[in-house]
Design a binder for this molecule. Structure first.
Ligand code: ZN
Length: 317
């Protein structure tokens, strides 16, 4: 049996999945990303272990790597990654040699967009925007099912649009980036700032150590009715809507898909985003506002899309 593997490398998590030819996750393995202050090879070690574990001894036909970073137009190098130690790494060739298998490298949000257009919530026709919310915000622009890559291959890095002059510092080196207000990082920061001031089940969930707080804890607490967690989602959702209004002003898309780990909260995230988008989009009341829908493939979209690109690349030869 030969299989295609997709590996999504985010700022916090690595998800490796064996993906069927119809886009289904057959099995998956999750690992923690070592962070950005380590050797680049430490991340590659984690990827290698995850790919080995998920393949279960089956022969791998090809691996697609979805990287949370800027990938060059040739798909060879990660030029820069705000949340990972990769700076101009020749990642594709290095992993292909190490794994002795063909490797395809692409931006993680672009992979998610490919998957959503092929199997999920993105319309395969027309102009659409895909936003992925994890540690940061990733994005992609879809035109008739194809990802617009841009001159440097860096189109769709919406997370680093400046929304707040002199705002929160960002790992990209800038300040006030959208993802500092609307992402898993923003969700945790919001909740953390209120612990000790307002009662919350999150104090117990993190064993009294706010540094241990995770996005999954905030999501679970919000579902249980915790007010701090719910306010955190309301804030992150509102900021999501503000950024989306800017994207609608720039691109006038006919659909918006929101994926990534934070989108697991569904309408708790999307309802405040829709309300804010409707309120501050240019020409409100005089235009169609595009629907904002959750990614159908959920947090696995990046891995599914990476495997899909690996499969297509194999067929092209
Ligand atoms: Zn930034």
């Amino acid at each position: 049996v030969t299989v295609y593997v997709g590996v999504d490398v985010g700022g916090s998590k690595v998800l490796a999945a064996v993906v069927s030819p119809s886009g289904e996750v057959v099995r998956s393995v999750m690992a923690r990303t070592p962070g950005r202050l380590v050797q680049a090879s430490a991340v590659e070690d984690v990827l290698t272990d995850a790919v080995r574990a998920v393949s279960g001894g089956e022969t791998i036909e090809a691996v697609g790597v979805a990287a949370a970073g800027f990938v060059d137009p040739a798909g060879e190098r990660v030029v820069f990654a705000p949340h990972l130690p990769w700076r101009g790494e020749d990642l594709r060739a290095r992993l292909a040699e190490r794994w002795d298998t063909p490797v395809v490298l692409a931006n993680d949000a672009n992979c998610a967009a490919v998957a959503e257009a092929a199997y999920g919530a993105a319309d395969p026709d027309g102009l659409g925007v895909v936003v992925t919310m994890g540690t940061g915000i990733g994005g992609a622009i879809l035109l008739d099912g194809r990802v617009l890559r841009g001159h440097n291959g860096m189109a769709g890095e919406f997370g680093h649009m400046q929304l707040v002059p002199d705002g929160e510092p960002c790992e990209c080196g800038g300040r006030g980036c959208w993802e500092q207000y609307s992402s898993g990082t923003a969700l945790i920061r919001f909740a953390r700032a209120r612990l000790g001031h307002e009662p919350s089940v999150l104090a117990e969930a993190c064993d009294g150590d706010p540094d241990q707080l995770t996005g999954a804890m905030v999501t679970a607490a919000a579902a249980d009715g915790d007010l701090v967690a719910r306010k955190a989602f309301a804030s992150v959702g509102e900021w999501l809507g503000v950024g989306l209004a800017n994207l609608v002003a720039a691109l006038d898309p006919h659909f918006i898909v929101v994926g990534g780990g934070v989108s697991a909260a569904g309408n708790r995230l999307l309802d405040p985003a829709r309300a804010e988008l409707g309120r501050c989009v240019v020409g409100a009341g005089h235009r169609e506002v595009p629907p904002v829908v959750a990614a159908a493939l959920g947090p696995a979209a990046g891995a599914v899309g990476a495997a899909e690109l690996a499969r297509r690349s194999g067929q092209a030869h």
